[in-house]
Design a protein around this ligand. Structure first.
Ligand code: PLP
Length: 387
């Protein structure tokens, strides 16, 4: 018999829709893929080379659980310069992908009777893990009328003595919204009188930002000590399949997180870790050109969607997702997702895959070529016309 807590575990429907789309393709149907959140570019060759050298030099054994020291030092330097802070490499933990950072953080902090605030619509694993660990999941509304910035009045009503963790994600999945300096300052002020609240700042899309500069909540006074930074190589360097992520933890949490890592993964793949300094310290030109291409695609998709009657798409400020409102088409988000895939061959995700406040919206990953985006836009326009 299965443990009861398994009933509380959610999932990431992107992988399910991807499988459905692949099954349709196997039947001979042409499908445009706008469901999966991964760059469609290749990993830069100097990063691949660093890993090839490492495996050739027999870096094929266990390494310390939190990661190879030089790799952790490289990450600490990168975090320090990109956030304008000074961090200790000993609080950096390398993991297979960035997902374990949220998994371990929530496992370490969540329990019955405590509350965790998380963005909604937001990355579905936050809510899934909070529920799995039997804490109370408190959704923080993102405001579609204000670029999907957090609704801070709503947030203020939700913070209390039971709150142990607040999850922030900027730039955000699925909305592309960014939490700006003013809003971050207000969040810092809101939690000032609650010394026991930690922040999990998911900054995995920090390099894919179309305006301004990335601002981390850790750059505010006293926030480094209570913030976990989640980051990794998956999105910035087109390395989703490498499974390389990392976290920076407040010192008092670090040994506990390492213990969770010992109990589960032992360490991230030794030779893959060699790719981290190569990525963070090597040439950044491919990252820059990838971001430029994403921006062109963003403009293409936003303009195209806003030309379709019944659809309204705000302009995302970061990441590679658009989150248009489709409620005026009269369909639910699920109906939109399913009918569009089955009848018109465009795979995208219902907004409800990202929480209850996602009803009325769909998520489009524009990590696909301009040709494919144009084709998808034509199909979406035809689909909406016949509703
Ligand atoms: N955080 C957010 C907001 C994401 O969208 C993703 C991946 O889609 C992750 C974390 C996980 O990244 P990784 O593939 O490195 O585990």
């Amino acid at each position: 018999m299965l443990a009861t807590r398994m009933n509380n575990l959610g999932t990431e429907t992107a992988f399910e829709v991807f499988a459905k789309a692949k099954a349709l393709e196997a039947q001979g149907k042409d499908v445009v893929h706008l469901e999966i959140g991964e760059p469609d570019f290749e990993t830069p060759s100097h990063i691949i080379k660093a890993c090839q050298n490492a495996i050739q030099n027999n870096m094929t054994h266990y390494v310390p659980t939190p990661g190879i020291q030089e790799v952790r030092e490289s990450i600490a330097n990168n975090i320090s310069t990109t956030r304008n802070i000074k961090v200790d490499w000993q609080n950096v933990i390398v993991t297979p992908g960035a997902k374990p950072i949220m998994f371990f953080t929530i496992l370490a902090l969540a329990e019955p009777g405590i509350e965790i605030i998380y963005p909604n619509p937001g990355f579905p694993i936050y809510e899934s893990m909070i529920n799995f660990c039997q804490a109370t999941a408190i959704p923080m509304k993102l405001d579609p009328n204000n670029g999907y910035h957090p609704d801070l009045d709503d947030l203020a009503t939700k913070i209390n003595d039971k709150t142990r963790l607040i999850i922030l994600n900027s730039p955000g999945n699925p909305t592309g919204g960014v939490i700006n300096q003013t809003d971050l300052k207000k969040i810092v002020e809101l939690i000032e009188k609650y010394p026991n609240i930690y922040i999990l700042s998911d900054e995995i899309y920090k390099d894919i930002l179309y305006q301004d500069k990335h601002i981390s909540i850790t750059s505010f006074k006293n926030m480094l000590e209570k913030t976990i930074i989640l980051d990794g190589l998956s999105k910035s360097y087109a390395m989703t399949g490498w499974r390389l992520g990392y976290g920076l933890f407040p010192q008092e949490l670090t040994p506990h997180i390492i213990k969770l890592a010992v109990n589960s993964v032992s360490c991230a793949t030794a030779f893959a870790q060699a790719a981290i300094p190569a990525a963070l310290e090597g040439p950044q030109d491919e990252l820059i050109s990838m971001k430029k291409e994403f921006q062109t695609r963003r403009d293409l998709i936003v303009k195209g969607l806003n030309n379709i009657p019944g659809i309204y798409c705000p302009t995302p400020e970061g990441a590679f997702y658009a989150f248009p409102n489709i409620s005026k088409t009269g369909l639910t988000s699920q109906e939109f997702e399913q009918n569009l895939l089955n009848k018109y061959g465009v795979a995208l995700l219902s907004g409800t895959s990202f929480g209850k406040y996602g009803e009325g919206f769909i998520r489009i990953s524009y990590a696909n070529s301009q040709d494919n985006i144009n084709q998808a836009l034509e199909r979406i326009a035809d689909f909406v016309k016949q509703i």
